[in-house]
Design a protein around this ligand. Structure first.
Ligand code: PLP
Length: 358
């Protein structure tokens, strides 16, 4: 794919950039450029371009604004101590975007073009990748949406793929601490045959009210049960879950079409295995959590995703009462460190996960 580049005549000044990178927060600041590719049935993917970052103009009848035909990805670029810049398993994000797009009746962007597009934007805006101190990174947001101006209900005949980038601080500026969870018994996230396995904005739109419920109960995040029996743990709004047993076994809910197939999730399965732990992917009932923490059979619970990497889970609250925090975070923190060390180039990448951008 050929990508044209029009550089910004007004890039952020070095001093202002240094201020932003010192304390980037999350999703507030955006780099000097963005990448756009268009798709139509006749031309396929075309007109790939990097242009100065800025607002895009949409007709009020643009399909995505009405019917939410949209998919996205979330990934990060990491700066290593020698100054080089790397992404983590970008082909996995590319392949997942293909699967999400299939579910949303959007066209498939070939994985090598996805990776090329992300690399091109990161290379152009490389001065925006923070140093590695305090787990900072450049968060990357590829997304695809129905950009056709048409109110009929059918897959769009004009689709736009974009990549934007935003420097990100650590999810835990004050050090890693367990998150408290609210178990929603009113809302579910995804039903069988639905779009729970697709990374699409609609899943987030429907989770917000459950997240509000969690906040009202003083909890950090919400955990969803399966839509059919309201019995099995699925995932958080944007993180997958793990349960560590006293004998060292690690259980994570099987994906089965209703859970997002996290790339951190898949990586943790491999890392835990390498650390000598047996990992089971299966249904995990909410009662196993309650009874397991009470009996001491479950010693750690954690959640994972690109934004927070891995976070220990503390208390679980619900209308049925509170399940106390499991007693340990030891394996959680060990896996977390192993993963972060690979991402920042401080440990040997024996899995071949890292991809050098520049
Ligand atoms: C993105 C996402 C995750 C985590 O996936 P990673 O690839 O590990 O970042 C988990 N659950 C949901 C609903 C998500 O959208």
């Amino acid at each position: 794919m050929e990508i044209s580049t029009t550089l910004s005549t007004n890039p952020v000044e070095d001093q202002r950039l240094a201020e932003v990178l010192a304390s980037p927060g999350f999703g507030q600041h955006f780099t000097d450029h963005m990448l756009t590719v268009e798709w139509t049935p006749d031309e396929g993917w075309h007109d790939a371009r990097i242009t100065p970052y800025g607002p895009i103009s949409l007709d009020p009848a643009t399909a995505v604004l009405h019917y939410a035909q949209e998919t996205f990805e979330g990934m990060k670029a990491y700066r290593h101590d020698d100054g080089s810049i790397w992404t983590f398993r970008p082909e996995e994000n590319a392949r997942r975007m293909v699967r999400s797009s299939q579910r949303l009746a959007l066209p498939e962007l070939p994985p090598e073009e996805f990776v090329q597009a992300v690399d091109a934007l990161v290379a152009t805006d490389q001065r925006w990748v923070p140093d590695s101190v305090g787990e900072k990174s450049l968060y990357l947001r590829p997304f695809m949406f129905a950009s056709e101006k048409f109110l009929g209900v059918r897959p769009a005949q004009h689709v736009t793929f974009m990549v934007i980038a935003s420097p990100a601080g650590s999810y835990f500026p004050g050090g890693v601490k367990p998150v408290s969870l609210w178990l929603t018994e009113e809302y579910t996230r995804a039903a069988r045959g639905g779009m729970g396995a697709a990374k699409t904005g609609g899943n987030y739109a429907s989770s917000l009210v459950a997240q509000q419920e969690a906040s009202r109960h003083g909890c950090d995040q919400v955990v969803f049960l399966d839509a059919q029996e309201h019995r099995y743990v699925e995932e958080l709004g944007g993180m997958n879950m793990y349960f560590v047993h006293a004998d060292g076994r690690v259980v994570t809910p099987e994906t089965g079409g209703t859970i997002l197939e996290g790339i951190t999730r898949a990586s943790v399965i491999e890392l835990a295995g390498k650390l000598g732990h047996e990992v089971e992917e299966r249904k995990f009932a909410i009662d196993e959590w309650r009874e397991g923490v009470a009996s001491g059979e479950i010693v750690e619970v954690f959640a994972c995703g690109t934004a927070a990497v891995i976070t220990p889970v503390g208390e679980l609250r619900s209308a049925q009462g509170t399940v106390p925090a499991p007693r340990s975070t030891e394996l959680t923190m060990r896996i977390r460190q192993a993963l972060v060390d690979i991402q920042y180039g401080r440990a040997e990448d024996t899995f071949g996960w890292m991809h050098k951008v520049c």
